[in-house]
Design a protein around this ligand. Structure first.
Ligand code: C2E
Ligand code: CA
Ligand code: CA
Length: 481
């Protein structure tokens, strides 16, 4: 028994020792493979990132571009490639030494990164050359906005050894797929961005240039327009015109839509479609919007003096005015003037920006709300139900094309019936012919607006029109304004 016990013990000890060795060996293998992985990561990091700035290097940048181009074949993508070359870097390097040059490159990296969104990517190709890929280009995210911002941050002095150093940047921009109607590869993108960057250098540095001339001219035009708009706002060069809206039951003018005009010394009278988007992109719409609201209130006061039934003013508002809450001061002013103001908003704005709450609270504080341009966007019934609108405006493209035999007639009828079921009043805009006016009456539409009644007019003329013709028995085309 003792012998068999000893044997079992020996076997157990032997097995345990073997197991211990196996475990030790496995642990070593794992440690080794971890080490290998770590080494692999370090090698990958060194191969793809720039040691000085920790930015992606030329190789990783090229991988990313290639990836975008491959993705484009499956799902179309649009992006801008910016090539940034510093002006005056060589001088700093030569006069202050390479350490200072390196320090400057790190500061440049930091400033450039601050101009970007998360989805944009900055790389360093080497020397003083950087690239940026700006993805998801949209109306509000333009390549030139990024380029402009970069030029601005570069123009600020850098401090090396406590003294200010001035450099600037030249930027070349190519847009994909816009600049590539036929074939493309990463090399052609780089070549074009490079060519555009050289153009920027040639034209005097410290600027950006597009690969194609057309885009460059467009960008220059927008920059000039923006500069003019800024000073126009300061100088109060904007003025509201008013277009009558009549009640179709009695042909009386009951409302006026305020439409902005820019009286520019340089450009003449500029219509809103040429500048509202740019004002929105630059947030200047908030400043102008406040000016226009005050102007509309003052006009409402003057026109409604001694009037039994006050005339309502409709003002177009941009979603940004609601989003940035500049409208918060409005209800108090509205109350103080006892004015009646309707805010016109479009459906696409409601969808794009989450502003229903602020519209609801404006409505609770005395404003009416009108859904503008109905029929062209999503025209979602859900929105109509969800939000307490007072008016629905049928877009002028439907009214304009309406004849006795047109599809538009059925569309207008459907919209009017639906709106009435939801207890909304309907305003048809863009009424240009007597036939359209008669058809709208037969469809039981509530209000009409359009050139047939009157064009938008400046305050003196609209005041005269209202005082002389409180009701308009015969519609006559007014002289174009
Ligand atoms: P909207 O709100 O749809 O304004 C109606 C536009 O239709 C006005 O153009 C008006 O002049 C035009 N219109 C009126 N009757 C007729 C007609 O019978 N036939 C035709 N073909 N057109 C007619 P306008 O004044 O050029 O304004 C264009 C757009 O600019 C407006 O479209 C509105 O979205 C925007 N807008 C105008 N004023 C302002 C403003 O003060 N603030 C903001 N955020 N946007 C404004
Ligand atoms: Ca409108
Ligand atoms: Ca409209």
């Amino acid at each position: 028994i003792a012998e068999s016990y000893t044997r079992t013990l020996l076997v157990t000890i032997g097995a345990s020792v073997v197991l211990l060795f196996v475990l030790l060996w496995l642990w070593q293998v794992r440690k080794h493979s971890r080490q290998l992985k770590e080494n692999e990561r370090i090698i990958w990091q060194q191969a793809h990132y720039d040691y000085l700035t920790q930015l992606p290097n030329r190789r990783l940048f090229q991988d990313r571009i290639n990836q975008l181009l491959i993705n484009h074949e499956r799902r179309s993508t649009r992006f801008a490639l910016l090539l940034i070359d510093l002006d005056g870097f060589k001088e700093v390097n030569d006069t202050m030494g390479h350490d200072q040059g390196d320090a400057l490159l790190k500061m440049v990296t930091h400033r450039l990164s601050e101009c970007l969104r998360k989805s944009d990517s900055l790389s360093r190709l080497g020397g003083d050359e950087f690239t940026v890929i700006v993805k998801n280009l949209s109306k509000s995210q333009t390549a030139e906005a990024v380029a402009q911002k970069m030029l601005e941050v570069m123009a600020q002095p850098f401090y090396l050894q406590n003294s200010p150093v001035y450099i600037s940047a030249s930027i070349g921009i190519t847009l994909f797929p816009d600049d590539y109607p036929d074939t493309y590869d990463s090399a052609s993108l780089m070549k074009n961005a490079d060519q555009a960057m050289y153009e920027a250098k040639k034209l005097g540095k410290n600027q950006f240039h597009y690969y194609t001339d057309n885009m460059h001219h467009e960008a220059l035009y927008r920059m000039e327009l923006l500069a003019d708009l800024r000073s126009a706002i300061d100088d109060h060069e904007f003025q509201l015109y008013y277009q009558p809206i009549i009640n179709l039951k009695n042909d009386r003018i009951e409302k006026l839509e305020a439409l902005v005009r820019w009286h520019s010394d340089k450009r003449g009278v500029v219509p809103p479609n040429e500048f509202i988007t740019l004002l929105e992109e630059t947030r200047l719409i908030n400043t102008l919007g406040d000016q226009l609201f005050d102007e509309a209130l003052a006009f409402s006061k003057s026109i409604n003096q001694n009037r039994e039934r006050p005339i309502e003013i409709s003002l177009n508002v941009s979603p940004l005015q609601l989003k940035f809450k500049t409208v918060e001061t409005w209800p108090k002013k509205l109350k103080a003037e006892h004015a009646r103001v309707t805010l016109e908003v479009t459906e696409s704005m409601l969808m794009e920006y989450n502003i229903s709450d602020s519209l609801v609270s404006l409505r609770n504080m005395g404003f009416k709300v009108s859904l503008d341009d109905f029929g062209v966007g999503y025209s979602s019934l859900a929105y109509l139900r969800q939000f307490p609108f007072d008016y629905l405006k049928i877009d002028r493209s439907f009214v304009n094309h309406m004849t006795e035999t047109s599809d538009e007639l059925h569309l207008c009828k459907a919209i009017i019936d639906m709106a009435h079921q939801l207890k909304l009043s309907v305003i048809a805009e863009g009424v240009e012919t007597q036939e359209q006016m008669d058809l709208l009456k037969s469809l039981n539409c509530d209000y009409a607006q359009g050139y047939l009644i009157s064009r938008p007019l400046p305050t003196a003329e609209i005041t005269a029109l209202i005082q002389n013709k409180q009701s308009i028995p015969e519609f006559e085309l007014q002289n174009p304004v």
